[in-house]
Ligand binder design. Sequence first.
Ligand code: FE2
Length: 191
Amino acid sequence: MTEGPFYPQPAWRARGPFAGDWDADLTRVARGGRERVADGEHLGLELLVRDTRGRALDGAAVEIWQCDTWGRYRHPRDGALPAEVDEGFQGYGEARAGAQGAASFRTIRPAPYAGRTPHIHLKLRHASFGEITSQLFVDGEPGNAGDFLWRRLSAAERAALAMKLQPVPAQQGARHGGLRWQSRHVLVVPA
Ligand SMILES: [Fe+2]
């Protein structure tokens, strides 16, 4: 898939509002000496990079970006007014897959925006396969059936790209700063 219009380019990330703070926790942003917390339902997302034979591939650089829970991208091309953007949501984050091929993010359950079903944009880089750009969808989301990109996918592609979100039990979620959902999703790469 393509990057789409809202991939935050490295030059913009270097001088953007969170310059130097593009970590894997998209739900907490330090600004002006205080921490802001993202609106929306927080999601613990573990991505597992595997080759087509099921072997873990370590060292992949993993980037994700998505709109905030109000449907706005943290990107100059979005055109949102400052008051329309969730100042507690980082919008973009990056991590490196460790020895077991796992990269962990904390983000929000993806939200819909005009014309699109909820999705998380994804980019993977690794010496063995180069660069892959894709999107993750939510399994069972009613909006998928009407989404132009989802409709182009084969059944196998849909299965590969639809995250299964599990609700986090309330007590456990409370211990993790209000975590509502979790997902472990395998990303199969042609390595
Ligand atoms: Fe998008």
